[in-house]
Design a protein around this ligand. Sequence first.
Ligand SMILES: Cc1cc2nc3c(=O)[nH]c(=O)nc-3n(C[C@H](O)[C@H](O)[C@H](O)COP(=O)(O)OP(=O)(O)OC[C@H]3O[C@@H](n4cnc5c(N)ncnc54)[C@H](O)[C@@H]3O)c2cc1C
Length: 502
Amino acid sequence: MLIPAETTAVTIQRLSMPPVSNSVISRHVAVIGAGAAGLVTARELRRKRHSVVISHHVAVIGAGAAGLVTARELQRKGHSVVVFERGDQVGGTWVYTAMLESDHLGLDPTRTKVHSSLYCSLRTNLPRESMGFSDYPFFSRDDPDRDPRRFPGHREVLMYLKDFAHEFRLGELVRFETEVVRVRLMEGSKWNVKSRKRDEDEAGFDEIFDAVVVCNGHLTEPRIALIPGMNEWPGKQMHSHNYRVPEPFRDQVVVLIGSSASAVDISRDIAGVAKEVHIAARTVGDETLGKQPGYDNMWLHPMIGSVSGDGTVYFQDGSLVLADVILHCTGYKYDFPFLETNGIVTVDDNRVGPLYKHVFPPALAPWLSFVGLPTKVITFTMFELQSKWIAGVLSNQSMLPSQEEMMEDVKALYSSLEAAGTPKQYTHCMGISQFQYSNWLAAQCGCPGNEEWRVQMYLANGRNRRARPETFRDEWEDHHLVLQAHEDFIKYTSNVVSDKCV
Ligand SMILES: Cc1cc2nc3c(=O)[nH]c(=O)nc-3n(C[C@H](O)[C@H](O)[C@H](O)COP(=O)(O)OP(=O)(O)OC[C@H]3O[C@@H](n4cnc5c(N)ncnc54)[C@H](O)[C@@H]3O)c2cc1C
């Protein structure tokens, strides 16, 4: 098709409007003449390749932080988006509820599930500056109803996510109280998504999508420690997923298993009311075992060796205690009960795979993807980069390697984990390697990676937590990084930058 150069440029500008359906729009353009006008036009056409919209109909499962930013990035690229959310509001994990599941250990598959694992006293363990999305800073607001602290309580994070959704009108894309019960691969690499509205249509409702992005969170399905004798042990056992407030533990002897951030918080919470708190941890140095400084009712032990029918808990060093409660703060399992991929994607000992760069199953890419699987990371900005990448790939602006090459990459990751002695269950656990990963994602999207202040703040916070485990949320030394963050944030509050990516 021959189109005069000037007309072409105008046509393409108009196409940058988000399309409403899942049509594919592209133009094969001939520019006649290689004079100044022709060359400029050709350059603009190439630059505006991004504006020649390829739009797909995409289902996003979940309206937590991952689902919200995914919806935003997909919509930015002109895809039509439906977000399915089984809850009645956005925010996912950050929607605190006092409700508990009927089975406090979370073993009964028929139990009614509660999504959030938050406890009432929870404050963030990352400073707010580092938590916010890259162009929507998590400021403290000048509002008496808001929590201005640098490590705010959970409600403040929920309010931030609601502000984010409101700012970018994401709520309009969400079908609330609508659970995805099945995602089935159809012929021609389309997806049949069956959803069910709460209290309605038992049979569910089937729809066809070009692509599905799974953002269902992974901190809901408890993983528990398997302890010899646990079925005969007469006391109460529960998982931290069902911990909300310390009061039920008043005057009790509690054995808490775990050493994660939640285990640290909950042990302190409970020590305020319990008779004794005994923490059993797999990775503790001998020098830290025993009575904990600052507490007259808290002890650190090695892992539990076994428990017996008379209520005794035996630790691996031979010490023992008669306890009322065992509280498993032992993490969560990835779970995708709705996903039917003919065995292409599996969860094996908490490894979701095979996934190219923790996002795309090579055999189903780019039509199925996952946002939010990595752990021990700066979550929101990582979700943002993963979803930018997905949106770019679906728009043909970022190219994936061949299926074979992606599989080779996955195998190389597995081999390197094995060589380093990393158990399978930590496949998605990143820690410090997250920065290399984020920079890689950013490069795929033509974006800058994490800001240097954000990286340094994450590292400084880690050091501060180790140095001041009790007070790191209220005492810190990285004031210069806070200043740098705020200098950066001015760009977004003054509308200087709207999108950092090319
Ligand atoms: C106790 C605790 C403390 C934490 N502290 C921090 C912190 O300080 N800083 C930090 O950055 N992160 C923290 N996190 C991690 C937190 O989980 C992430 O920050 C982030 O909120 C995860 O977002 P997500 O969207 O991936 O998942 P979620 O927030 O879990 O959202 C998933 C959503 O999917 C919906 N959903 C699930 N299945 C379906 C379905 N079949 N159909 C429809 N909808 C479905 C759920 O209802 C939910 O709304 C903490 C987590 C916990 C549990």
